[in-house]
Design a protein around this ligand. Structure first.
Ligand code: NAD
Ligand code: IPM
Ligand code: MN
Length: 367
């Protein structure tokens, strides 16, 4: 039997730093659990632009379509901020999502006990938090036409279009209901049906889909009120389903419930391939963090937990995913903290690689 294939795209800024720690974890699974992967590495984002003049080479795109799963670090950086839109690093990531048709982006926000004191919210509000945001990822205002900057009269106008078809809403809603069925059977859908037609349609289609999931308690919230509720009492939620832009904002906000943006993993899933596995890309929610890049300060946990999601959703190893999540929980309980998890406390943080090594040691201890 051939090994499952993984394409690793470390990207820019802290991307390669956190991905180096994931490589340690992948090697550990190969050496200790008989889980070997055929790993290839390639470029995406600014580094791909530097080499090829494009943030995603066609050959890399083709490889991404063939492998069992893609793992991505982060893209972007100030060096590329003034590039034309068509070649910005972020376009590389958006092209991957669009062409692989990864419409359901799962962004879990879990507050580990050891970090409950560290969140900027009160301990009571976040302790034990475990919610799942399902963000639509291939449509909406990110991709809608018309778009651009045009001349109108004697000034310029910037245009983007929010657009959702019924089938796009239907499929992401089904992903969210399926997840809710495996969790606490509660789903909250967020849009702005009070001001946007796309929101009206979103609410209608989600309600229609809910008839196929009578066990799931469905609620609806305007996304602005949802943002408020997420800060007020996030434990009222189990699964949240929302559009591309609201999901981007709400998931960054949810990150702070867990202590740091450096903690949030994600899985971007599409339709099943011929082998029954979903098309999939796993990536941390955070970006390339130019302010700390190259200093060994980045928290690798978001990227490591993204690999745990790959074990669960692409490779049917939920047990091994849990082992990895528990190893992360253990190092946090043992007091390991990268700088982002210390705030102004003045304690000595561990480096990116020390955090990775500690997680490997915790995996060793789990055997
Ligand atoms: P960012 O997520 O890179 O950083 C926001 C803040 O969080 C920074 O202070 C950063 O130091 C901190 N941070 C982020 N990840 C961290 C980690 N793992 N450990 C410790 N601290 C961490 O967002 P930004 O600054 O708005 O964007 C920087 C660049 O990244 C931009 O070019 C943006 O487009 C890109 N970006 C890429 C992705 C992605 O590749 N998926 C996601 C978001 C932003
Ligand atoms: C994210 C990022 C991306 C997004 C950017 C880098 C294209 O912010 O994954 O959350 O806006 O989707
Ligand atoms: Mn984002």
């Amino acid at each position: 039997m051939t090994n499952p294939s993984l394409l690793i795209l470390p990207g820019d800024g802290i991307g390669p730093e956190v991905m180096a720690e994931v490589r340690k974890i992948i090697d550990w699974y190969g050496a200790n659990r008989g889980l070997a992967f055929d790993v290839t590495e390639d470029l995406v984002g600014g580094c791909a632009y530097d080499k090829h003049g494009t943030p995603l080479h066609d050959d890399t795109m083709a490889k991404a379509q063939e492998v069992d799963a893609v793992l991505l670090g982060a893209v972007g950086g100030p060096k590329y901020d003034n590039l034309d839109f068509s070649v910005k690093p972020e376009r590389g990531l958006l092209r991957l999502r669009k062409e692989m048709d990864l419409y359901a982006n799962l962004r879990p926000a879990q507050c580990f006990d050891a970090l409950a004191d560290f969140s900027s919210l009160k301990k009571d509000v976040v302790a034990g938090l475990d919610i799942m945001i399902v963000r639509e990822l291939t449509s909406g205002i990110y991709f809608g036409e018309p778009r651009g900057i045009i001349e109108e009269g004697n000034e310029r106008v910037g245009i983007n279009t929010q657009r959702y078809t019924e089938s796009e809403i239907d499929r992401v809603a089904r992903s969210a209901f399926e997840l809710a069925m495996r969790r606490n059977k509660k789903l909250c859908s967020m849009e702005k049906a009070n001001v946007m037609e796309s929101g009206v349609l979103w609410r209608e289609v989600v309600t229609e889909v809910s008839k196929d999931y009578p066990e799931v308690a469905l609620s609806h919230m305007y996304a602005d009120a949802g943002a408020m509720q997420l800060c007020r009492w996030p434990k009222q939620f189990d699964v949240i389903v929302t559009d591309n832009l609201f999901g981007d904002l709400l998931s960054d906000a949810a990150a702070m419930l867990t202590g740091s943006l450096g903690m949030l993993p994600s899985a971007s899933l599409g339709a099943p391939m011929a082998n029954g596995r979903p098309k999939a890309l796993y990536e941390p929610v955070h970006g390339s963090a130019p302010d700390i890049a190259g200093q060994g300060k980045a928290n690798p946990i978001a990227c490591i937990l993204s690999f745990a999601m790959a074990l669960r959703y692409s490779f049917d190893h939920g047990d091994e995913a849990t082992r990895l999540e528990q190893a992360v929980e253990k190092v946090l309980a043992d007091g390991y903290r990268t700088a982002d998890l210390l705030g102004e406390e003045g304690k000595q943080p561990v480096s990116t690689s020390e955090m990775g090594d500690a997680i490997v040691a915790a995996l060793d201890a789990s055997l």
